[in-house]
Design a binder for this molecule. Structure first.
Ligand code: UD1
Ligand code: CA
Length: 466
């Protein structure tokens, strides 16, 4: 174990996530931090990064009355403390809304490290939060995350004297010379629990915005002779989302990461720029994903699967060697066992396809259990819904369902049974039986020419009438 890991494991990590703000420029009924990127809310991304970075205490500062935000926190980070910020008076004021968390971080025998993250900065990674925190173990009181950009307008500037950090100046308060500085504050900050509360409570609001600026902690720490570190980050990772354009830019950035990760882990993406993942998508080795595929939340794909073009998956589990699509739709609860095949225009919902089972064309399999090697012909429909309740269909191993069959659930077809094409199956079919429910076919030899002649004569008679 290295010296540094020893020290880090001794100090716990408190994360304070600022999630207040309506996000007016989103022009949305939904609070800004609940907008999704790669299938997860922005707040969810930040909470996940905080937890992955080792935060054992998480505090979230929210806008009072945003019940949906509170519910999201309860669902994703049940242990997190939630603090309302009554008035929006600036980032330092927001952090102080979580005062009990700061007090706790400073009170233990070994104080906690505190990282402050923004709920609308979803691209931040756990690795970056860990890097941001690292200088605290070497004695820094404050560490700021910063990037260089040729276009720094709008950002707080990190003012330095050689290698020494002096302060952060917000755009509104900066002189012309300070505005020329291209080193920008990414907004996120790490503070030693020993100093955090004392520094934050000294921050005033005598500035152009009349706000309590979190970045002022830097100047105060420097004035006290405390060490301040600057930790570099890529601008793209620190990007905040304030409107829908930036939301789509964040989505593009995350999709880029997810595509690269899938490829590095052994999946072939023929046209990666056309494949969309959720953060929790799991792909095995030697998975082939053809162009234009969407992976919604909760999808896991086993080794050697092939996902043909234009397929849409969510909440689905594919074992090894499964093939789906083109144009397959897998909805939540779809479980495809080894070697199962789902073809074009087939929808599977809350249903298990056993090993090697097939539904190759134009089929709906909902609330069903399909046994190993069973074959569902083109146009098979499980009629799972009676308008009020959902019912299950069970199909035994090796059963063969003829094309255009309606299976009126609840119903079961025994193993090895055969259902004739065009049947409406409303009663259970025993093992190895044949079930046919369509009308028996009738043949009338030579009937067609007479019928055609009669129809043509009628038409001619109508045309003669004035
Ligand atoms: C902030 C930094 C700036 C930095 C930039 C990076 C301050 C004063 N400035 O500016 O130096 O370059 O981020 O993007 O910190 N929030 C609250 N309550 C408040 C105010 C803000 O919860 O009273 C939250 C917001 O919801 C947001 C975050 O804090 O998630 C940042 O606030 P914002 O107003 O966007 O700060 P910037 O002006 O972008
Ligand atoms: Ca911002």
């Amino acid at each position: 174990m290295t010296d540094q890991t020893t020290r880090i494991t001794e100090r716990s990590l408190t994360a304070i996530v600022l999630a207040a703000g309506k996000g007016t420029r989103m022009r949305s009924d939904l609070p800004k931090v609940l907008h999704r990127v790669a299938g997860r809310t922005m707040l969810g991304h930040v909470l996940a990064a905080a937890r992955e970075a080792g935060a054992t205490r998480i505090a979230v500062v929210v806008e009072p009355g945003q019940e949906a935000v509170a519910r999201e926190i309860a669902a994703l980070a049940p242990g997190a403390a939630v603090y309302p910020q009554a008035e929006r008076l600036g980032t330092a004021h927001a952090v102080l809304a979580a005062r009990p968390a700061l007090e706790a971080a400073g009170s233990d025998a070994v104080s906690d490290d505190v990282v402050i993250a923004f709920g609308d900065t979803p691209l931040i990674t756990a690795a970056t939060l860990a890097r941001l925190r690292a200088p605290l173990a070497d004695g820094a009181a404050v560490a700021v995350l910063a990037f260089r950009t040729p276009n720094p307008t709008g950002y707080g500037r990190v003012l330095t004297d050689g290698d020494r950090v002096l302060a952060i100046r917000e755009e509104k308060d900066a002189s012309a010379a300070e505005r020329a500085v291209t080193l920008c504050n990414a907004g996120l900050m790490a503070l030693s629990g020993t100093h955090a509360l004392a520094l934050l409570t000294r921050i005033g609001n005598a500035n152009a915005a009349g706000e309590y600026y979190l970045p002022d902690a830097v100047g105060l720490a420097v004035a006290d002779g405390l060490a301040v570190a600057v930790v570099p980050v890529a601008e793209a990772e620190a990007q905040g989302v304030n409107d829908r354009v930036q939301l789509s830019e964040a989505e593009a950035e995350i999709q880029g990461r997810l595509r690269r990760a899938a490829q590095v882990a052994g999946a072939t993406l023929i046209a990666p720029e056309t494949v969309f993942f959720s953060v929790d998508t799991v792909l095995g080795r030697d998975v082939l994903v053809e162009p234009h595929v969407v992976f919604g939340p909760g999808v896991s794909v086993g080794d050697g699967c092939v996902v043909h073009s234009f397929s849409h998956l969510e909440g689905a589990t594919l074992a090894a060697g499964v093939q789906i699509g083109p144009y397959a739709r897998l909805r939540p609860g779809a479980v495809l066992e080894t070697g199962a095949r789902i073809g074009n225009f087939v929808e599977v919902k809350n249903a298990r396809m056993g090993p090697g089972a097939k539904a190759n064309h134009l089929t709906y399999v909902g609330d069903a259990e399909v046994g190993a090697g069973a074959n569902l012909g083109a146009g098979t429909i499980t009629c799972n819904y009676d308008g009020v309740n959902k019912h299950r269909t069970t199909i035994g191993a090796g059963a063969f369902i003829g094309s255009n069959t309606a299976l009126v659930a609840p119903v079961s077809v025994g193993a090895g049974a055969i259902v004739g094409a065009g049947s409406v199956i409303a009663a259970d079919v025993p093992e190895d039986a044949l079930a046919v429910s369509r009308a028996r076919q009738r043949i009338v030899p030579g009937w067609a020419p007479d019928k055609r002649a009669a129809l043509q004569a009628e038409k001619a008679a109508r045309a003669k009438k004035p």
